[in-house]
Design a protein. Structure first.
Length: 158
């Protein structure tokens, strides 16, 4: 299955091979796939499972949008990790549990960066929310690529 997925992705990489390295192209494809899946899962969970309503936990109320985000992360987090581990950063010499822990740290930082950057651009710079989200997504995708490549899925140093 892994070989078939890599062959499929690499087939589409060929026209771009002069400009985009193979690992970067693989990251773009798997990241886009994960992000797209996240949007679909979020939509389904929020609209059809939660029916646009939140729920009460013992000490806190979780709103519908946040609950949908948390449930979406339950799917996109492992999906993103596995795609990165087995299709993008295959040369990593780190143990899987170290990769997973580091990947989780970067995802947590990305969530925080999303919040801070969008809030900053919308509330202080008066950017439109959609423009802010787009700029933030581009920045975080670049940040995430380099941190995943060099930290989460890097090579073990002696």
């Amino acid at each position: 299955m892994r070989k078939a997925a890599l062959a499929f992705i690499d087939f589409f990489h060929y026209p771009f091979s002069r400009w985009i390295p193979q690992s970067t192209f693989r990251y773009l494809v798997t990241g886009s796939t994960t992000a797209g899946m996240g949007v679909v899962v979020y939509f389904i969970v929020y609209n059809f499972i939660l029916r646009k309503q939140g729920f009460h936990l013992p000490f806190v109320f979780v709103s519908g949008p946040i609950a949908a985000l948390l449930l979406e992360l339950c799917i996109t987090f492992p999906m993103g990790f596995l795609l990165n581990k087995y299709l993008v950063f295959t040369e990593s010499t780190l143990r899987g549990r170290i990769q997973l822990f580091r990947y989780g740290m970067i995802v947590s930082i990305n969530i925080l960066l999303n919040y801070v950057l969008i809030k900053f651009m919308v509330e202080l710079l008066n950017f439109y929310p959609t423009v802010s989200k787009f700029i933030t997504t581009v920045f975080i995708a670049i940040f995430s690529y380099f941190t995943q490549k060099n930290f989460s899925f890097g090579k073990k140093t002696k």
